[in-house]
Write a protein that binds this ligand. Structure first.
Ligand SMILES: [Cu+2]
Length: 127
């Protein structure tokens, strides 16, 4: 019985050390944000109007369901950054990776044709 107790204590101590090591490395988890495009009935939009992220590297993926009629993509713009994904045909996905160094509000939108003007846009709030 006494031996079991000692083992448990060692395990707890080891877990504690591992936890500290993870925090000390200071590497935030990769940020992945998702958007879904829709263009049914001539209404062009993303499923979200606002995205949130922390300063750092962010990957934004747009899914273009096969039920859609047009290609779509996603572009991030603001604070000196302007980067877009490739076009995703219906049934495909496309991603854009950006490093957001500044806090604040960026814009995301679909750079295909006049989709942005038609409403495929939103805010990316970085804190
Ligand atoms: Cu689009």
């Amino acid at each position: 019985m006494k031996r079991v107790a000692i083992c448990a204590a060692v395990a707890v101590a080891a877990a504690g050390v591992a936890g500290v090591a993870t925090e000390a490395s200071g590497k935030p988890a990769a940020q992945r944000l998702k958007l879904k495009a829709s263009d049914g009935g001539g209404k062009l939009r993303f499923n979200k109007k606002t995205l949130h992220a922390k300063v750092g590297k962010v990957t934004i993926t747009v899914t273009n369901p096969s039920s859609n009629s047009f290609p779509h993509a996603v572009e991030i713009e603001g604070k000196g950054i302007e980067k877009e994904s490739k076009n995703a045909q219906p049934g495909r996905r496309a991603s854009v990776k950006v490093t957001l160094k500044k806090k604040g509000t960026y814009q995301f939108y679909c750079p295909v044709g006049q989709h942005k003007q038609a409403g495929m846009k939103g805010k990316l709030v970085v804190s």
